[in-house]
Design a protein around this ligand. Structure first.
Ligand code: ASP
Length: 352
């Protein structure tokens, strides 16, 4: 009897090991920005709200992929949801420029054919990720900026909103304190925004979170296509038409089936641009590095120049990797083999 039980346990154990080793049919990972995010910098309510938001985005992506949809559709669905969520620095809830505007950047890349689309400085397009995808699929170009980019987005039927749509009291307060620290004048509140709004977006941002909260996603679909997308409001109090790494293909966003990788980054964009982080991670993977080693080595190298941040990487086997130089990164993953799991703090494993 005992040996029968032992044999049964062994068989179950072996079957379990075989399943665990089998590459998933599809796989999906997201981030919601990296930064100084420590356990005592988030209230229990903020912690729970971020985890719930990550799970909603994972659910949106996995619903597409589980139904046989494309990695691009999964990325767009999850990022559009996070763009509408005031918790994140993308779409509604984006940080403000020094002039008191929201200028939004986004990019998407299809690893299967190395096609890419990017937008920078949008002010009226509700979903910058959809605009980036439209640039890729419906224009002969890779990157459009400013008013022209909004005009293009409108011309292909993408929803336009009053710029006040993106306003949150929380980010406005973040702008005021950043400008005060830099001895810069505080602009008047954007047109259409009431004099003072109750901050219903979890009040005080975590310490130093003013810079972060960019969102991104990487995916492998059941047809083996890798893709990456990223969307951001950039950096609080940015000036002079500053554009970060997010819409710079190869810096904050890159995907390549040839190399077997998809990457989305978050952090101090200037350093990600100078070190061509996303493209470099793919080159390291193509040269034989595991995705985890490639991701960590690249962020450590790149950010030795300065700044801080993190990346998410998907490899051709559907293995997600996360690497950061910060104390935290809002992140999560789900695949055909594993339920949705999320994490916030750097020392924390993903959990359901
Ligand atoms: N990388 C973004 C930028 O520099 C900001 C961020 O990820 O927090 O615009």
């Amino acid at each position: 009897m005992k040996s029968a039980i032992l044999a049964f346990c062994l068989a179950v154990g072996l079957a379990g090991a075989a399943t665990a080793q089998q590459a998933p049919a599809w796989s999906f990972a997201i981030h919601g920005g990296a930064g100084v995010i420590e356990r005592d910098s988030l209230t229990p309510e903020q912690d729970a709200a971020y985890r719930a938001a990550l799970h909603r985005a994972l659910e949106a992506g996995s619903a597409v992929l589980a139904a046989g949809g494309s990695s691009l559709d999964a990325i767009q669905a999850a990022i559009a949801l996070m763009e509408d969520d005031p918790l994140f620095n993308a779409g509604r809830g984006a940080v403000f420029t020094a002039a008191g505007r929201n200028e939004l950047d986004a990019a998407v890349m299809d690893g299967s054919d190395l096609n890419a689309g990017a937008v920078a400085g949008l002010t009226t397009t509700r979903h910058p990720i959809a605009a980036a995808r439209a640039v890729m699929e419906q224009s002969p170009h890779v990157m459009l900026i400013g008013e022209g980019a909004d005009t293009f987005a409108e011309s292909v039927g993408l929803e336009q909103v009053d710029p006040a749509f993106f306003f949150t009291e929380r980010r406005w307060r973040g702008l005021e304190s950043a400008l005060r620290n830099q001895n810069l004048p505080i602009p008047s509140r954007p047109a259409g925004v009431p004099g003072s709004m109750a901050d219903n977006t979890l009040t005080t941002p975590p310490l130093n979170e003013r810079k972060f909260g960019t969102v991104g996603a990487v995916a492998l679909d059941s047809q083996g296509r890798l893709a990456a997308g990223t969307s951001t409001g950039g950096m609080t109090a940015k000036r002079w038409g500053r554009v970060g790494d997010v819409p710079v293909i190869g810096a904050g966003t890159y995907a390549s089936n040839r190399d077997g990788c998809a990457v989305s980054a978050t952090g101090d964009g200037e350093y990600f641009i100078r070190a061509t982080v996303a493209r470099d991670i793919c080159a390291r993977i193509a040269a034989g590095s595991t995705s985890q080693t490639a991701a960590q080595a690249e962020v450590d190298d790149a950010l030795s120049l300065g700044g801080s941040g993190g990346v998410i990487v998907m490899d051709a086997e559907g293995q997600p990797s996360f690497a950061m130089t910060t104390s935290g990164m809002y992140r999560g993953a789900v695949s055909s083999n594993q339920p949705a799991r999320a994490a916030i703090y750097g020392d924390e494993e993903l959990r359901p």
